[in-house]
Design a protein around this ligand. Structure first.
Ligand SMILES: Cc1cc2nc3c(=O)[nH]c(=O)nc-3n(C[C@H](O)[C@H](O)[C@H](O)COP(=O)(O)O)c2cc1C
Length: 173
């Protein structure tokens, strides 16, 4: 699979097989996340891999969707706002961006080895932070359910055209 095929194949998986994910595969996807670039190489991230059923059930109470319960594992991506680079000119915090890039690496690596993922942001972040007793500098940025997908392929991609999104030598709305 070349990169375009991999990017095309990844889709938001919202139905998983109950088959547990092998620990080596979970390590493999997290390792891919850790290879991501980050501002000043500060790497302001932590990943909590959850495959313990009791903890998974607690995590499910942070995002009430039936489909989420089908995932046999979930990775919580956490940003460390004390470690992230803040642009000196205006204080812009790059933590979220760094963590987002790492998550994308993780999701594509999962796709490559036949695993499905879905990026979840619409969860109760406060409840999730409490669950892991996070200090105030740590923010759960996303929950990423991971497992073998029920369906190998997703729906056809619905994306804006190149004409709608890309400009050459100018910008216009
Ligand atoms: C930042 C971000 C937040 C998202 N949050 C959710 C979410 O809370 N729940 C969900 O089901 N999907 C979520 N998604 C998945 C998007 O709906 C999905 O990526 C988009 O519709 C494109 O579909 P595809 O991933 O299958 O290509 C999120 C995706 C991103 C990038």
């Amino acid at each position: 699979m070349n990169f375009k095929e991999l990017a095309q194949r990844r889709y938001s998986v919202r139905s998983y097989q109950s088959t547990p994910v092998e620990k080596e595969k979970l390590i493999q996807v997290v390792e891919a996340a850790l290879l991501a670039p980050s501002a000043v190489n500060f790497q302001p991230w932590k990943f909590v891999v959850v495959n313990d059923p009791i903890l998974l059930a607690k995590l499910q109470s942070c995002y009430h969707r039936e489909w989420f319960k089908s995932a046999p594992a979930c990775i919580v991506a956490i940003g460390d706002h004390d470690k992230g680079w803040h642009r000196p000119t205006d204080g812009k915090d790059y933590t979220d961006i760094d963590v987002a890039i790492a998550i994308d690496h993780l999701m594509l690596a999962a796709t490559e080895i036949g695993l499905g993922t879905c990026w979840i942001c619409h969860f109760n972040a406060e409840k999730c932070a409490d669950l892991f007793q996070l200090a105030s500098n740590f923010e759960p940025i996303a929950m990423i359910p991971i497992g073998y997908p029920e369906f190998e392929a997703g729906p056809e991609k619905n994306r804006k055209s190149i004409d709608q999104s890309v400009y050459w030598n100018k910008f216009e709305e």
